[in-house]
Ligand binder design. Structure first.
Ligand SMILES: Nc1nc2c(ncn2[C@@H]2O[C@H](COP(=O)(O)OP(=O)(O)OP(=O)(O)O)[C@@H](O)[C@H]2O)c(=O)[nH]1
Ligand SMILES: [Mg+2]
Length: 443
């Protein structure tokens, strides 16, 4: 996700790290590079300007040039700006359904943006996370295939499906759908509308007609993140004709550049509520600005990983490991434990990307046999004594040689592992300073 933005935004930050100092000149250089990174990610120029103004202001306020750890402070400043422009941090469910059932939700957006897929994903999300009974309602009068697509998706997600009579006027379809929702005692019904290539009067009239008949609890704009700034323009145009509640960004699993995500809240005031991460019906997640910002800065997304882990790892195991991290006691033992837990969670690359420094690790390990590497890492750590695992600083040349021999590897590999561990440890401690772990422990 946002691979190219990440690389470009991290470059100047990593350069700071090298000698640890920030001067007026290299700060300005970094700002220029970040500006370029934002524009290349298709962030709206107004947003880019505002973003840099904030970073500049904070950098001056923090007296960065005199600071003892300017690199880390600068990361924190950029992180805060990213969080703000992605929409800020919100507590609670992305979409609170505080209304008497059946609650109508309306999905609108351009052709191919992902409305139909998202209807099913959102239905499944509400069913799983909030134990809602959900019914899907097709309302694309011109394309019979769209109705069949939704029927199929409803079946996959095991949701109720309303077989709309599309020969009727939309107003009447909406009325009947509501009656059906009542009689089937569903909590929520989601209406999937027709898309059009561009915003035109006919599309807007149709959306307005549905809206008036349905009086939706929320009107959600489905936007393809790959379309960058265009998604923002279309959202704005929609919003001015028919008020929107929020945005669902789709196709963030692809190589979307980030422009839409970073610009949409600032320019439209609309929050991003969910993000689509694939074609399958379960590929929808709540949108968290802080987690995404963290991913962009390669600080990982440990919170999402924890959520994922909750399904496959016992609470005790996880708590124990993260509690240590938050106290700054992250040892090689914990590194190994985490690695073993991760194994239960799926592909190495996907998981690594959610860890602090993970994208860098993935890059460094391109073409490397990660499974084999993991076995060797395990062997190396297991060849250490308890004392060494708790305090890697005592690992001198002799000890490293012994460990290399004991694990059937070589000293270079042992060194590489320790370097990787130190990188992770550093990221963990700066995350702890940002209060990220406290939030996590609350979960
Ligand atoms: N990779 C990826 N593909 C997605 C995502 N969401 C939707 N798609 C794909 O995008 C294509 C269009 O999705 P639809 O749900 O049919 O889009 P739509 O807005 O209903 O399209 P129209 O009804 O023609 O306006 C399909 O091939 C989906 O599988 C996503 O989050 N990630
Ligand atoms: Mg559709």
């Amino acid at each position: 996700m946002f691979d190219s933005l990440r690389e470009k935004i991290l470059q100047p930050i990593r350069n700071f790290g090298r000698d640890g100092k920030i001067t007026e000149a290299n700060l300005q250089e970094a700002m220029k590079e970040i500006r370029r990174a934002l524009l290349e990610a298709d962030v709206h120029f107004k947003v880019a300007k505002e973003f840099l103004d904030q970073v500049q202001k904070e950098a001056v306020g923090a007296e960065l040039l005199k600071s003892v750890s300017p690199g880390q402070q600068f990361v924190k400043i950029v992180y805060d700006a990213l969080v703000k422009f992605l929409g800020g941090v919100k507590e609670g469910a992305p979409l609170e359904l505080k209304a008497a059932p059946p609650v109508p939700l309306l999905l609108v957006g351009l052709q191919g943006s992902g409305k139909t897929t998202t209807a099913a994903k959102l239905g499944l999300y509400l069913k799983k996370k909030e134990k809602k009974k959900v019914m899907l309602v097709p309302a694309d009068p011109r394309r019979p295939a769209a109705k069949e697509q939704l029927r199929l998706l409803a079946k996959q997600a095991e949701l109720e499906f309303y077989d709309s009579d599309l020969s009727l006027p939309l107003t009447q379809i909406m009325r009947r759908a509501r009656e059906e929702a009542k009689s089937r005692v569903v909590d929520v019904f989601i209406v999937d509308t027709a898309g059009r290539l561009a915003i035109d009067d006919e599309l807007m009239r149709e959306v307005e007609e549905v809206r008036n008949a349905l009086d939706p609890y929320a009107t959600l704009f489905v936007a393809d993140a790959m379309t960058g700034q265009d998604a923002v323009n279309v959202a704005q145009a929609f919003h001015s004709r028919t008020p929107l509640t929020g945005v669902i960004l789709t196709k963030l699993d692809g190589d979307a550049r980030g422009g839409a995500a970073l610009s949409i809240k600032f320019l439209t005031g609309l929050p991003i509520l969910f993000m689509g991460l694939g074609e399958g019906v379960s590929a929808l997640e709540a949108f968290h600005a802080d987690r995404l910002a963290s991913r962009i800065l390669d600080m990982g997304d440990v919170l999402s990983l924890v959520e994922k882990a909750q399904e496959s790892i016992s609470e005790e195991e996880a708590k124990d490991s993260f509690a240590k991290v938050s106290k700054g006691q992250f040892s090689l033992d914990d590194f190994l434990n985490q690695m073993r837990m991760m194994k239960k969670l799926g592909s190495m690359e996907g998981i690594m990307k959610m860890l602090p420094g993970g994208n860098k690790m993935v890059e460094q390990m391109k073409g490397v046999d990660t499974e084999g590497e993991m076995k060797r890492t395990e062997a190396i750590i297991l060849s250490m004594t308890k004392k060494e695992r708790l305090n890697h600083k005592i690992l001198n040349g002799n000890r490293r040689l012994r460990i290399a021999n004991g694990s059937g590897t070589n000293v270079a590999e042992v060194n590489r592992l320790i370097k990787r561990f130190e990188d992770a440890q550093r990221m963990m401690s700066s995350m702890a300073k940002m209060g990220l772990f406290k939030k996590m422990m609350k979960m």
